[in-house]
Design a protein around this ligand. Structure first.
Ligand code: AMP
Length: 431
């Protein structure tokens, strides 16, 4: 049997309603902050991510789906969206049309990580990017939008963590100090962390291994090394968060994976999803546009993982969806192969066509089932009404219409069917 690739997942029809519910909330919140949707290709030239995310990051050095196509170009399935959005921003000179761009996306992403609960190889993110301003209001806006979305999904067990990474210059100085601190403690670090000393020293803070954590507990902190402007901005972010009453914690060890982050970074953590607890993360990237050969332009953004958020929703039992219903199920009384039955079938099809044109959801039987099993199917589909076509009433110009909620039945003349059903349906009739 051919199966889906490890770390990928089918989203089956019974799961779709919760995805749609989440997507609707995401779109509402982004619209309320005036963000416009952007869609970019699934794959890009590998160099975009290598440069935009940083060669030494875990994503680029270990996790990308990279392949050579038939014209010998190295391509990569997108592992995150910021680099693609910035590429598009530069390529289409979007800054010339508008000085501040507020963009959002919902898209699959691809990373070859070790699959586990809340960690997949094809997963989905929604997120936003605001390109063109250094205003700390936009840093806060990212936290605010993600927090609104998570709260609107009913999630309660949330912790907002923030930190400031300062400028790369301040970070370089700090990295030297950190290296000095680790010099005589190498022996107590795990092999993985030892490798990171030269390659991506900040990520040692992310290690889940206890011995690494003990060493890192007394390490010097980046926040004590950052420049004055970054410090002021960080104070401003905290003040605005207090003003809008979003609870947060300062986490000086929150380093995040991308090289081109500057100043504010944040993550929102769920207490209900186990080890992979970050639901979303983001931050400022004032040097990225320039780094990808655009005119120097500041930016800030965030990304959130949909599968992980839905897992948190399930574990918190945070929302309940209304049962799916259809407006009408049409039951046909004759199911033999007589001319009369063929006439009924064509009538059923006509009725369904007319009502579907008016946007009612209508279903009927395609499998020549008995009346009893057609009724069973109507129940399974939560039909609001069942229309019975055939029998004595039909011969005298009437249908039998049953209201499935009240059990009430009425005979209705052929020409009144549309108006009665449309009146009873919440869906507006539309030609
Ligand atoms: P990142 O782009 O690494 O900052 O990730 C942002 C968010 O995307 C995380 O907080 C997760 O919710 C989600 N995410 C990242 N990697 C994965 C993955 N492999 N599987 C599922 N969700 C992920």
């Amino acid at each position: 049997m051919i199966k889906a690739i490890t770390g990928t997942k089918d989203i089956l029809p019974n799961e779709i309603p919760k995805w749609k519910f989440l997507e609707k909330i995401v779109e509402q919140v982004f619209q309320s902050f005036n963000y416009k949707e952007i869609r970019t290709p699934i794959f890009e030239e590998t160099i975009l991510f290598a440069r935009g995310i940083g060669e030494e990051t875990d994503i680029v050095s270990k996790e990308m789906y990279t392949f050579i196509d038939r014209s010998q170009t190295s391509l990569t399935l997108k592992p995150e969206m910021t680099a693609s959005v910035v590429r598009s921003f530069i390529e289409h000179s979007l800054a010339s049309k508008q000085s501040l761009l507020k963009l959002y996306y919902i898209s699959p992403m691809f990373r070859q990580e070790r699959p586990q609960a809340g960690r997949l190889r094809q997963f989905h993110q929604f997120g936003a990017e605001a390109i063109g301003s250094t205003s700390t209001l936009l840093d806060v806006e990212m936290i605010q939008m993600s927090y609104h979305i998570l709260r609107n999904l009913g999630l309660k067990d949330l912790t907002v963590k923030i930190n400031s990474l300062g400028t790369p210059k301040a970070r370089e100085e700090y990295k030297k100090q950190l290296k000095k601190y680790l010099e005589d403690k190498k022996g107590r670090l795990s092999e993985e962390s030892r490798k990171r000393i030269d390659k991506n020293i900040l990520r040692i803070f992310d290690s889940k291994i206890e011995s690494d954590q003990i060493v890192m507990n007394n390490a010097p902190l980046l926040i004590d090394f950052i420049d004055e402007e970054s410090k002021q901005d960080f104070e401003a972010v905290k003040e605005i968060l207090n003003q809008i009453r979003i609870p947060f914690e300062v986490d000086p060890k929150l380093v995040r994976g991308l090289d081109y982050y500057t100043k504010t970074t944040f993550e929102i953590i769920s207490g209900k999803v186990g080890a992979q607890s970050a639901l979303c993360g983001g931050g400022r990237y004032d040097l990225l546009v320039e780094h990808l050969e655009g005119k120097p332009t500041p930016g800030v953004g965030f990304a959130a993982g949909i599968e992980r958020i839905l897992l948190a929703c399930e574990n918190e039992n945070s929302f309940k969806l209304p049962e799916e219903k259809i407006d009408l199920y049409i039951v046909k009384i004759e199911n033999n192969i007589s001319a009369e039955a063929a006439g009924l079938t064509s009538k059923v099809f006509d009725i369904a066509t007319t009502l579907r044109r008016k946007n009612l959801s209508v279903e009927f039987d395609y499998l020549n089932r008995s009346v009893k099993s057609q009724m069973r199917e109507a129940n399974k589909l939560n039909a609001k009404f069942v229309l019975i076509v055939g029998g004595e009433e039909y011969k005298s110009g009437y249908y039998n219409l049953k209201n499935m909620k009240t059990g009430e039945q009425q005979l209705i003349p052929f020409d009144k069917l549309d108006s009665i059903l449309i009146q009873n349906s919440k869906v507006k009739g539309q030609k």
